[in-house]
Design a protein around this ligand. Structure first.
Ligand code: SAM
Length: 274
């Protein structure tokens, strides 16, 4: 067999020892009753650990060349099915309906770094009812995902994520644990997906528009950001009275608001527009 050459364009930095996959699986919250979607099994080092703890694992791998290698790497793992597909193009509702018999479904992956945010947002925004999503990402991205309102890493992504899940940083993984060795360290984080979001906005699209507007220009006040975005339909005076009416100063910045604050303001904007 010719030697497999790892593909940079697919983010193929493979884990080299089973200690880290074991720990990822152990801290993922997955039980023997649960089913798992793994994204990017690579050589199957994490897949084997997931197979050992879960009822069933479906692993989605984009690289067709790995389809010849994985059956041998996963020999004995009877509860694993590998599908050759791009996770970003996969119909996740269909997958869940066809593969998992109504059981709880978790996601677990050492994510390809070039599409980390796209994957995480697809999994959360799809509201597929996952129990947990445990992923390894670049350390800086983990810090951003876990940052709280008012801190430097907090942004539109973090605020949006907090509508769907609570995020916990589990542990750091050194760059030397991968082949090839990436330039940065990684961290494993776990999203505990809410069954019910912490806020119930009058209009979800307006809530996410407010969040997006608030971070378009970080140095602007929330008032100026909202005015740039909603100014064609609402006056600046009205936006100012909404912000003050919600208990904030006129000079507050978007990064100071948590999801509850954004929801309060979005609901008032929704009322004013309608
Ligand atoms: N799980 C293995 C490990 O921990 O050693 C490999 C992880 S590697 C960081 C990322 C894996 O995701 C690779 O196997 C890569 O081919 C696969 N991948 C990249 N883009 C993908 C996509 N869009 N859909 C599915 N798999 C993808």
């Amino acid at each position: 067999m010719t030697e497999f050459k790892k593909k940079k364009q697919y983010g193929q930095n493979f884990l080299t020892s089973s200690a880290i996959p074991k720990r990822i699986a152990a801290e993922s919250g997955i039980t023997s009753e649960d089913c798992v979607i793994e994204i990017g099994p690579g050589f199957g080092i994490l897949t084997r650990e997931l197979s050992a703890i879960a009822h069933k694992v479906v692993a989605i791998e984009i690289d067709t060349e790995l389809m010849d290698i994985l059956p041998e790497k996963l020999s004995g793992c009877e509860n694993v099915k590998v599908i050759n597909a791009d996770i970003l193009k996969t119909d996740v509702n269909e997958l869940i309906k066809n593969e998992f018999e109504g059981r709880n479904v978790c996601v677990c992956a050492n994510l390809p770094y070039y599409i980390t945010t796209d994957i995480v947002m697809k999994l959360l925004e799809g509201e597929y009812g996952f129990k947990t999503i445990t992923v390894m990402v670049q350390k800086e991205v983990a810090e951003r995902f876990c940052s709280k309102a008012g801190t430097a890493g907090y942004g539109a992504i973090t605020a949006s994520i907090s509508y769907y899940a609570s995020v916990k940083r589990l542990f750091t993984v050194k760059a030397g644990s991968f082949d090839p060795k990436p330039n940065v360290d990684s961290a494993v984080i776990r999203f505990d997906v809410y069954e019910k979001p912490p806020v119930a906005p009058a209009n979800k699209d307006i809530l996410f528009s407010v969040i997006k507007a608030a971070f378009l220009q970080r140095r602007k006040t929330l008032l100026n950001s909202l005015n740039s975005f909603f100014g064609s339909s609402l006056s600046k005076e009205l936006l100012s009275s909404i912000i003050i009416g919600c208990g904030y100063s006129e000079t507050v910045r978007g990064e100071e608001l948590d999801i509850k604050g954004f929801c309060k303001i979005a609901d008032e904007i929704y009322k004013a527009i309608n």
